[in-house]
Design a protein around this ligand. Structure first.
Ligand SMILES: O=C(CO)[C@H](O)[C@H](O)COP(=O)(O)O
Length: 288
């Protein structure tokens, strides 16, 4: 019986020898064109590649690697800069996922307690507003992400066009991620509901595990949605949340990034700079 084949791109090259297939089928398998890339993945890759090209310079030695689904393309592009430049570098992860990426790529691994000054950190975002405030922590990594953002001389955000919004909370409606020490979660929730004006704040529950999500630091995550009024200038609510006893870090990063790169569906990249400028760059296919 002929074996069945998956057409997903991750399937390794099929060796026709010994499969017992008719001759005519073999060239077809060998020459099957790769599946087209999903447009959102393409947008993520565009943003990541352009950001690396512009901000990860040959002289950079200490590089922060953030979390999320756009960051693998950051590492991919850094690898394309070549072994020679990368062998002198150390890469600092924002959590388990980025540590795996660094290790699997064979890059040098370090930590922020060894390198409290980082040349450049590139990271994803859940949403970025027109003033470069952003929500982070959809992946529960925002504590380490904020430390690496603060440690970086240059902090750059990379995302697809869905994250590019006027005001936070437009598309990412689950709320502001808040990391809390486990025993304080109920009190923090009560304060969010009754004092800070987030009646729908909830403890983030795990999928495929009974109970709450536990961060890489052993803490719980609360997701607290706030209305538009709070999100117009999120610094105030960020500071108020951070003042609640038991809160470790808030997933609102207010004007910490120098620029945010958004990949667009038409193959262009929009770059939003901290000084308010917005650039629109059309990339050539060979560089994306
Ligand atoms: O803040 C983060 C994790 O804590 C991520 O950067 C953010 O959730 C974006 O992830 P993705 O690119 O997968 O949407």
């Amino acid at each position: 019986m002929a074996p069945s084949y998956s057409t997903t791109p991750s399937v390794p090259t099929i060796k026709p020898v010994g499969l017992g297939l008719p001759e005519a089928v073999v060239p077809f398998i060998d020459q099957a064109p790769p599946l087209p890339m999903d447009p959102i993945e393409k947008s993520k890759r565009l943003a990541a590649y352009k950001a690396v090209d512009n901000h990860v310079l040959p002289e950079h030695r200490v590089i922060g690697i953030g979390s999320g689904s756009t960051v693998p393309y950051v590492v991919e592009r850094i690898m394309q800069q070549g072994e020679e430049v990368n062998k002198g570098r150390v890469f600092i992860p924002t959590g388990f996922q980025s540590k795996q990426l660094i290790v699997e790529a064979g890059l040098g691994l370090g930590d922020v307690d060894q390198y409290p000054t980082i040349d450049v950190t590139l990271d994803g975002a859940d949403e970025v507003d027109h003033l470069l405030n952003c929500v982070k922590g959809g992946g529960a990594c925002h504590l380490r992400e904020k430390v690496l953002a603060e440690a970086a001389k240059t902090f750059i955000l990379v995302a697809d066009h869905r994250k590019n919004v006027q005001y936070l909370g437009t598309n990412f409606a689950q709320g502001v991620p808040i990391e809390v020490v486990p025993f304080a979660y109920a009190k923090v929730l009560q304060n969010l509901h009754h004092i800070l004006g987030s009646p729908k704040a909830t403890l983030r529950m795990a999928v495929k595990k009974a109970g709450p999500v536990v961060s890489d630091n052993g803490n719980f995550i609360i997701d607290a949605p706030f209305d538009r009024e709070h999100m117009i200038d999120p610094y105030v609510i960020m500071a108020q949340i951070k003042m609640l006893t038991g809160v470790v870090e808030v997933g609102l990063f207010c004007k910490m990034a120098k620029a945010a790169y958004f990949g667009n569906e038409d193959g262009s990249v929009s770059i939003r700079w901290l000084d308010g400028k917005v650039e629109h760059i059309v990339t050539s296919p060979s560089r994306s």
